[in-house]
Design a protein around this ligand. Structure first.
Ligand code: CAA
Length: 301
C-alpha cells in the first residue's frame, strides 16, 4: 500500500512546487545557511534566513559569500550570478519576518521540545497554505506535526553537510503528511538539483539509522584499543572508499549531534545495540565536540 502511494505521488510531482516562491530558513548555523544558499542558487527562490543570534547571521552571510566565491573561482557560476544569488537572501532576527513564506525549513538545535515550541509559533504565524519542514536528523516528524493544527503540511527535509555539495535530500513523511505536501517537497528537491529519497518516519530515518551505528562502532573500536583513530579512518577510507573516515566524519558532524542521534535511536527502538559508546559520552562531557570546538577525535587549528 505504501509503495503504491509513493509511486502515484512520484508520477504526479512535476511542477507541483510552482507555488513556492519565498522560503524561510530558521537557524543560521552550518546547515541553515547551506540550505539557504541552495534555495537561492538552484531554486532561484527568495530566501529569508532567521536567527535570534546576530553573530550567527553575520557568519552565515560570510559563509554563503565564501562558498559562492569558490564556485566563481572554479567557473561554476559567474560573478553576476553570485550577486543575483546574494540579492535573493535576507537575514532577519525576528520570526515575524517569515510570515509571508510559502515554505519554512527549520534548522535549529536538535531538541524536540524547542522544535515543537517553534512549530506551534510558526503554525499561528505563517499563512494557512504554507508548508512547515524540519531539517532534523532524527526527531520524529509525526510528533512535530502533532504540535501544529496543520499536521498534513508538515514534513522532513533532511539535507546533508556540506549542503552545496551533497546531492541527497532525505524526505521524511510523518504519519499525517499528505500526498500533496510530499509531492510539492519532492518537486522542489528536484528543482534544487538534489536527489530526494523518501524515508518513513522512524528513529534516525534511513540515513542515521545506518550511518550513526557505523560511527558509534568506530568509536567503540577506538575505545577498546583495536586501532588508533588514524588507523580506523584509514581502513574505511582506503578499504571501503569512504571520502572521510568515520571518526573524521563524526568530528565534521559534531560529537554532540552524534550523541543526540544515538540517544534517539537507543530510546526510540529500546534496543541495546544502539547504546552510545561511553567514549563518545565522555568526549561530549569534556566539550570535545569535533571540528567546531577545535578538538574531537582529531585536533583542528
Ligand atoms: N561550498 C563550495 N565548495 C566547497 C564547500 C562549500 N560549502 N565545501 C568544500 N568545498 C570545496 C573545497 O573548496 C574543495 O575544492 P577544491 O577541490 O577546489 O580544493 C572541494 O570542495 C573538496 O573539498 P576538500 O578538498 O576540502 O575535501 P574533500 O575532497 O574531502 O571533499 C567533502 C569534501 C565533499 C565534504 C567530502 O569529504 C565528503 O563527501 N565527505 C563526506 C561528507 C558526508 O558524509 N556528509 C554527510 C554527513 S551526515 C549529515 O550531514 C547529516 C546528518 O544527519 C548527520
Amino acid at each position: 500500500m505504501v509503495e503504491v502511494l509513493e509511486q502515484s505521488a512520484l508520477a504526479a510531482i512535476n511542477g507541483k512546487s510552482a507555488g513556492i516562491k519565498t522560503v524561510g530558513i530558521i537557524g543560521a548555523g552550518q546547515m541553515g545557511h547551506g540550505i539557504a544558499q541552495v534555495m537561492a542558487h538552484k531554486g532561484e527562490l527568495d530566501v529569508i534566513v532567521q536567527d535570534v543570534n546576530a553573530q550567527a547571521l553575520e557568519r552565515a552571510a560570510a559563509g554563503i559569500e565564501q562558498s559562492l566565491q569558490k564556485f566563481v573561482t572554479k567557473d561554476v557560476i559567474t560573478s553576476d550570478k553570485k550577486s543575483d544569488i546574494l540579492n535573493r537572501l535576507r537575514f532577519e532576527s525576528a520570526l515575524d519576518a517569515l510570515k509571508d513564506a510559502d515554505l519554512v525549513v527549520e534548522a535549529i538545535i536538535e531538541n524536540e521540545e524547542i522544535k515543537k515550541d517553534l512549530f506551534k509559533k510558526l503554525d499561528v504565524l505563517v499563512k494557512p497554505s504554507a508548508i512547515l519542514a524540519s531539517n532534523t536528523s532524527s526527531i520524529s516528524i509525526t510528533r512535530l506535526a502533532a504540535a501544529t493544527k496543520r499536521p498534513e503540511q508538515v514534513i522532513g527535509m533532511h539535507f546533508m553537510n556540506p549542503v552545496p555539495l551533497m546531492k541527497l535530500v532525505e524526505i521524511i513523511r510523518g504519519a499525517q503528511t499528505s500526498d500533496d505536501t510530499y509531492a510539492i517537497v519532492a518537486d522542489l528537491t528536484a528543482r534544487l538539483d538534489k536527489t530526494g529519497v523518501m524515508s518513513r518516519d522512524f528513529p534516525g530515518f534511513i540515513s542515521n539509522r545506518v550511518l550513526m551505528p557505523l560511527i558509534n562502532e568506530a568509536i567503540f573500536a577506538l575505545f577498546e584499543g583495536i586501532g588508533s583513530a588514524e588507523n580506523i579512518d584509514t581502513v574505511m577510507k582506503l578499504g571501503m572508499n569512504h571520502p572521510m573516515g568515520p571518526l573524521t566524519l563524526a568530528d565534521f558532524i559534531g560529537l554532540d549531534t552524534c550523541l543526540a542521534i544515538m540517544n534517539v535511536l537507543h530510546e526510540g527502538f529500546n534496543d541495546p545495540r544502539f547504546r552510545p559508546c561511553p567514549l563518545l559520552k565522555q568526549y561530549v562531557d569534556a566539550g570535545y565536540l569535533g571540528r567546531k570546538s577545535g578538538r574531537g577525535f582529531f585536533q583542528y587549528s
